[in-house]
Design a protein around this ligand. Structure first.
Ligand code: GDP
Ligand code: MG
Length: 176
Protein backbone atom coordinates (compact mmCIF):
# COMPACT_ATOMS: atom_id res chain seq x y z
CA UNK A 1 0.00 0.00 0.00
CA UNK A 2 1.95 2.90 -1.33
CA UNK A 3 5.26 1.25 -0.52
CA UNK A 4 8.32 2.40 -2.34
CA UNK A 5 9.72 -0.44 -4.40
CA UNK A 6 13.34 -0.14 -5.34
CA UNK A 7 14.59 -1.90 -8.44
CA UNK A 8 14.29 -5.59 -9.00
CA UNK A 9 16.72 -8.26 -7.94
CA UNK A 10 16.98 -11.43 -9.98
CA UNK A 11 17.42 -14.52 -7.89
CA UNK A 12 18.15 -17.75 -9.69
CA UNK A 13 16.74 -20.47 -7.50
CA UNK A 14 16.96 -24.21 -7.95
CA UNK A 15 15.10 -27.15 -6.44
CA UNK A 16 17.22 -30.07 -5.27
CA UNK A 17 16.51 -33.39 -3.58
CA UNK A 18 15.64 -37.01 -4.27
CA UNK A 19 13.09 -37.97 -6.88
CA UNK A 20 9.59 -38.02 -5.41
CA UNK A 21 10.12 -35.60 -2.52
CA UNK A 22 7.78 -33.07 -4.13
CA UNK A 23 10.01 -30.52 -5.88
CA UNK A 24 7.77 -30.09 -8.90
CA UNK A 25 4.64 -30.10 -6.74
CA UNK A 26 6.12 -27.41 -4.49
CA UNK A 27 6.85 -25.20 -7.48
CA UNK A 28 3.38 -25.74 -8.95
CA UNK A 29 1.81 -24.90 -5.59
CA UNK A 30 3.89 -21.72 -5.29
CA UNK A 31 3.24 -20.69 -8.89
CA UNK A 32 -0.39 -21.68 -9.37
CA UNK A 33 -1.67 -22.21 -5.82
CA UNK A 34 -2.80 -25.73 -6.55
CA UNK A 35 -1.81 -29.33 -6.02
CA UNK A 36 -1.96 -31.83 -8.85
CA UNK A 37 -1.96 -35.34 -7.37
CA UNK A 38 0.16 -38.03 -8.95
CA UNK A 39 3.75 -38.02 -10.09
CA UNK A 40 4.87 -35.57 -12.68
CA UNK A 41 6.52 -37.31 -15.56
CA UNK A 42 10.26 -37.47 -15.07
CA UNK A 43 10.83 -36.42 -18.63
CA UNK A 44 8.47 -33.48 -18.62
CA UNK A 45 10.39 -30.89 -16.70
CA UNK A 46 8.55 -27.65 -16.25
CA UNK A 47 11.79 -25.83 -16.91
CA UNK A 48 11.65 -22.63 -14.95
CA UNK A 49 9.03 -20.36 -13.46
CA UNK A 50 9.30 -16.66 -12.75
CA UNK A 51 7.64 -15.24 -9.66
CA UNK A 52 8.08 -11.79 -8.20
CA UNK A 53 7.97 -11.38 -4.43
CA UNK A 54 8.52 -8.20 -2.46
CA UNK A 55 10.89 -8.36 0.47
CA UNK A 56 11.40 -5.25 2.59
CA UNK A 57 10.39 -2.97 -0.30
CA UNK A 58 12.72 -4.74 -2.70
CA UNK A 59 11.18 -6.56 -5.61
CA UNK A 60 12.83 -9.92 -6.04
CA UNK A 61 12.25 -11.88 -9.21
CA UNK A 62 12.66 -15.53 -8.39
CA UNK A 63 13.57 -17.54 -11.42
CA UNK A 64 13.01 -21.05 -10.12
CA UNK A 65 14.43 -24.03 -11.95
CA UNK A 66 13.11 -27.53 -11.57
CA UNK A 67 14.90 -30.64 -12.69
CA UNK A 68 13.46 -32.83 -15.42
CA UNK A 69 13.94 -35.89 -13.24
CA UNK A 70 17.71 -36.27 -13.67
CA UNK A 71 17.98 -36.71 -9.90
CA UNK A 72 16.49 -40.15 -10.40
CA UNK A 73 19.76 -41.17 -12.04
CA UNK A 74 21.91 -39.00 -9.80
CA UNK A 75 22.90 -37.04 -12.86
CA UNK A 76 21.99 -33.48 -12.04
CA UNK A 77 24.50 -31.56 -14.10
CA UNK A 78 27.04 -29.21 -12.62
CA UNK A 79 25.64 -26.46 -14.83
CA UNK A 80 22.38 -26.71 -12.90
CA UNK A 81 24.18 -25.59 -9.73
CA UNK A 82 26.59 -23.12 -11.27
CA UNK A 83 24.31 -20.11 -11.77
CA UNK A 84 22.15 -20.62 -8.70
CA UNK A 85 21.97 -17.87 -6.07
CA UNK A 86 19.58 -19.80 -3.90
CA UNK A 87 18.63 -23.38 -3.44
CA UNK A 88 15.73 -25.21 -1.85
CA UNK A 89 16.85 -28.64 -0.68
CA UNK A 90 13.95 -30.99 -0.06
CA UNK A 91 13.36 -34.28 1.66
CA UNK A 92 10.08 -36.08 2.26
CA UNK A 93 9.18 -36.40 5.97
CA UNK A 94 7.72 -39.86 5.25
CA UNK A 95 10.91 -41.09 3.58
CA UNK A 96 13.96 -41.81 5.72
CA UNK A 97 16.11 -42.45 2.66
CA UNK A 98 15.31 -39.03 1.21
CA UNK A 99 16.39 -37.52 4.56
CA UNK A 100 19.55 -39.61 4.75
CA UNK A 101 20.48 -38.51 1.24
CA UNK A 102 20.46 -34.84 2.24
CA UNK A 103 24.11 -35.10 3.31
CA UNK A 104 25.06 -36.41 -0.13
CA UNK A 105 23.16 -33.57 -1.76
CA UNK A 106 24.94 -31.07 0.47
CA UNK A 107 28.31 -32.53 -0.51
CA UNK A 108 27.40 -32.11 -4.15
CA UNK A 109 26.10 -28.59 -3.54
CA UNK A 110 29.27 -27.55 -1.73
CA UNK A 111 31.29 -28.94 -4.59
CA UNK A 112 29.42 -27.39 -7.52
CA UNK A 113 27.38 -24.42 -6.34
CA UNK A 114 28.71 -20.93 -5.72
CA UNK A 115 30.19 -20.61 -2.27
CA UNK A 116 27.69 -17.90 -1.26
CA UNK A 117 24.62 -19.83 -2.43
CA UNK A 118 21.72 -19.57 0.02
CA UNK A 119 20.49 -22.98 1.07
CA UNK A 120 17.15 -23.67 2.70
CA UNK A 121 16.31 -27.16 3.97
CA UNK A 122 12.68 -28.22 3.60
CA UNK A 123 10.90 -31.25 5.03
CA UNK A 124 7.96 -31.66 2.66
CA UNK A 125 4.63 -33.58 2.90
CA UNK A 126 3.70 -32.53 6.45
CA UNK A 127 0.09 -33.31 5.59
CA UNK A 128 1.06 -37.00 5.74
CA UNK A 129 1.73 -36.88 9.49
CA UNK A 130 0.46 -40.42 10.12
CA UNK A 131 3.27 -41.75 7.93
CA UNK A 132 5.93 -39.44 9.30
CA UNK A 133 9.38 -41.08 9.45
CA UNK A 134 11.46 -38.02 10.31
CA UNK A 135 10.62 -35.86 13.31
CA UNK A 136 10.74 -32.12 12.99
CA UNK A 137 13.59 -31.87 15.49
CA UNK A 138 15.69 -34.26 13.37
CA UNK A 139 15.28 -31.87 10.45
CA UNK A 140 16.09 -28.93 12.69
CA UNK A 141 19.21 -30.59 14.01
CA UNK A 142 20.53 -31.41 10.53
CA UNK A 143 19.85 -27.84 9.43
CA UNK A 144 21.70 -26.49 12.47
CA UNK A 145 24.64 -28.74 11.76
CA UNK A 146 25.00 -27.17 8.30
CA UNK A 147 23.93 -23.69 9.44
CA UNK A 148 21.02 -23.49 7.04
CA UNK A 149 17.45 -22.36 7.72
CA UNK A 150 14.79 -25.05 7.96
CA UNK A 151 11.06 -25.31 7.44
CA UNK A 152 8.44 -28.00 7.05
CA UNK A 153 6.12 -27.63 4.08
CA UNK A 154 3.23 -29.27 2.33
CA UNK A 155 2.95 -28.88 -1.41
CA UNK A 156 -0.50 -30.43 -1.03
CA UNK A 157 -2.06 -28.04 1.48
CA UNK A 158 0.26 -25.16 0.68
CA UNK A 159 1.50 -24.83 4.26
CA UNK A 160 4.69 -22.72 4.39
CA UNK A 161 5.18 -22.87 0.62
CA UNK A 162 5.00 -19.14 -0.04
CA UNK A 163 6.92 -18.53 3.18
CA UNK A 164 9.76 -20.83 2.11
CA UNK A 165 10.29 -19.08 -1.21
CA UNK A 166 9.95 -15.64 0.35
CA UNK A 167 12.39 -16.59 3.10
CA UNK A 168 14.99 -17.62 0.55
CA UNK A 169 14.60 -14.26 -1.17
CA UNK A 170 14.89 -12.53 2.18
CA UNK A 171 18.01 -14.36 3.30
CA UNK A 172 19.69 -13.61 0.02
CA UNK A 173 18.85 -9.92 -0.04
CA UNK A 174 19.33 -9.24 3.63
CA UNK A 175 22.25 -11.41 4.62
CA UNK A 176 24.51 -11.52 1.60
P1 GDP B 1 9.68 -34.57 -7.46
O1 GDP B 1 10.14 -35.84 -8.12
O2 GDP B 1 10.58 -34.18 -6.33
O3 GDP B 1 9.48 -33.44 -8.44
O4 GDP B 1 8.26 -34.88 -6.78
P2 GDP B 1 6.79 -34.65 -7.36
O5 GDP B 1 6.40 -33.21 -7.24
O6 GDP B 1 6.67 -35.26 -8.71
O7 GDP B 1 5.93 -35.45 -6.29
C1 GDP B 1 6.12 -36.85 -6.09
C2 GDP B 1 4.85 -37.45 -5.49
O8 GDP B 1 4.60 -36.92 -4.19
C3 GDP B 1 3.60 -37.13 -6.31
O9 GDP B 1 2.73 -38.23 -6.24
C4 GDP B 1 3.02 -35.93 -5.59
O10 GDP B 1 1.62 -35.82 -5.79
C5 GDP B 1 3.35 -36.25 -4.14
N1 GDP B 1 3.53 -35.05 -3.30
C6 GDP B 1 4.37 -34.02 -3.52
N2 GDP B 1 4.30 -33.13 -2.53
C7 GDP B 1 3.37 -33.60 -1.64
C8 GDP B 1 2.85 -33.13 -0.38
O11 GDP B 1 3.23 -32.08 0.16
N3 GDP B 1 1.91 -33.93 0.21
C9 GDP B 1 1.47 -35.09 -0.33
N4 GDP B 1 0.55 -35.79 0.34
N5 GDP B 1 1.95 -35.56 -1.49
C10 GDP B 1 2.89 -34.83 -2.15
MG1 MG C 1 9.94 -33.30 -10.47
Amino acid sequence: KGQLVIGCVLLQTILVGDSGVGKTSLLVQFDQGKFIPGSFSATVGIGFTNKVVTVDNVKVKLQIWDTAGQERFRSVTHAYYRDAHALLLLYDITSKSSFDNIRAWLTEIHEYAQSDVVIMLLGNKTDMSSERAIRRDEGERLAREYSVPFMETSAKTGVNVELAFTAVAKYKTVYT
